[in-house]
Design a protein around this ligand. Structure first.
Ligand code: AMP
Ligand code: GLY
Length: 413
């Protein structure tokens, strides 16, 4: 397992139910949980299956290097990872494949971008072309703020060279769904639909983040809607990948907006979502290893995915997130294994940005610090457990949302 966040912790923990797992580089919470973490590059390790968590190494071709060594890998090569690595590329690809998505323009020059902005109506959507850890997107009704954002991005002020091409999009309205689709190059299997909460504040207020919580299954995303997305979005994508000679083995994560005119694709990610993974993997029990091996080996048609129950995860972020983050705040409520000091049934704590201080205590060490997942037979039970768990973990400046999965339980979406 390659990576060092809560997503990798969740994947490693789930895979460890049926395999010996080594994580590189991992983090202190994964190690405390009894899963081996090593600092060696993945290309120097031996394993039956390599699972690459984050987008950056995928975009940089780690899967290609491992496959060149004859390894079985979950994660696309650089040719497939560019779907996430460049939003401008992705939008062109979608247009070619006939996938429904927001109207858009791609710009490197200010005058062209600002003129296009004037042809759009609010909300204005401005995106950085390159990787920006979920933070390169501005959605605003304020034309001046949009123009300022275009200038800051084009001049490299906000995201350096990753930002100097911008994509300006039509604003879409509706519920969002994360549909993570396993793809072995030919066959596809959708995992249960999940919902991620991207804004930092309750009621979807405030800045976009990497994700403040999630739940699954998302019931408003009915089997009929999943089938519609598979047919109108995923199938043409897989066809286009084939046409381009891209052997995509990994996770095709469709960020979908359920608009009044049907599902439209907001974006593709080429990996497991974070924090979606923290609610998805617990539902598949010990079946995950076989499923992922089938992805890597190109025989997904002979694997079955069985999900049971529901899960909710609540992210605890550090002081100042997402504009900044603070390191070194002591985390109360965790035992030596990095789990709840007072264990609760159905609750697991996944570590993202944690470290240990000289006295061995867990401290904050990044933006998103922990993801507390509750599982249950129903979403209400899962939610109650996740929040009961989260309330037992505290540190100064803790940022968290209180309304993860609340709308879904109330049925008001
Ligand atoms: P992305 O990284 O492209 O998924 O964008 C991050 C978030 O910005 C999405 O999850 C949406 O909440 C929002 N967003 C992106 N594109 C649009 C759009 N065209 N219309 C409305 N909201 C959007
Ligand atoms: N949950 C959003 C992402 O993984 O990009």
């Amino acid at each position: 397992m390659v990576g060092s966040g809560a997503r990798e912790h969740a994947l490693a923990w789930a895979l460890a139910k049926s395999a010996d797992v080594v994580v590189t580089p991992g983090n202190v919470g994964i190690a405390a949980h009894g899963i081996e973490c090593v600092d060696a590059p993945a290309t120097e390790l031996e394993a039956d299956l390599f699972v690459i968590g984050p987008e950056q190494p995928l975009v940089e071709g780690l899967a290609d290097r491992l496959r060149a060594q004859g390894k079985v890998v979950v994660g696309p090569g650089a040719d497939g990872a560019v779907l996430e690595g460049s939003k401008a590329f992705m939008k062109q690809f979608l247009a070619g494949a006939g996938v429904p998505t927001a109207a858009f323009g791609t710009f490197r020059d200010e005058a062209g971008a600002l003129a296009f902005l004037d042809t759009m109506s609010p909300p204005y959507v401005i995106k950085t072309d390159g990787l920006a850890a979920g933070k390169g997107v501005l959605v605003t009704n304020d034309r001046d703020e949009a123009a300022r954002d275009v200038r800051d991005k084009l001049q490299g002020r906000s995201f350096g060279s990753a930002g100097t091409t911008v994509v300006i999009e039509e604003g879409l309205d509706g519920e969002e769904c994360s549909l993570l689709v396993l793809c072995d190059g030919t066959h596809v299997t959708a995992l249960v639909p999940a919902q991620d909460f991207k804004r930092v504040g309750d009621g979807d207020e405030g800045a976009n983040t990497g994700g403040m919580g999630a739940y699954a299954p998302m019931e408003t995303m009915t089997p009929a809607l999943v089938a519609a997305v598979m047919e109108s979005i995923v199938a043409p994508t897989v066809r286009e990948l084939k046409v381009r000679g891209i052997d995509f083995r990994g996770v095709l994560y469709a960020g979908v907006m359920l608009t009044s005119k049907g599902p439209k694709l907001l974006e593709y990610n080429v990996r497991f979502g974070d924090p979606e993974t923290e609610v998805l993997v617990p539902l598949y029990g010990s079946g995950l290893f076989d499923l992922l091996r089938a992805v890597g080996e190109g025989r997904l048609d002979r694997a079955t995915a069985v999900a049971k129950g529901a899960a909710v995860t609540v992210v605890l972020a550090s002081h100042g997130y997402p504009q900044g983050s603070r390191k070194g705040d002591v985390i109360d409520g965790l035992g030596p294994d990095g789990q709840l000091e007072e264990p609760l049934e159905g609750v697991t704590v996944f570590h993202a940005g944690t470290a240990r201080d000289p006295r061995g205590r867990f401290v904050t060490n990044g933006g998103r610090v922990l993801a507390v997942t509750g599982v249950g037979q129903t979403l209400s039970e899962a939610r109650a457990r996740a929040y009961a768990g989260a309330s037992l973990v505290d540190f100064e400046g803790r940022v968290m949302r209180h309304d993860i999965a609340l709308g879904a339980i109330r049925g008001d979406q």
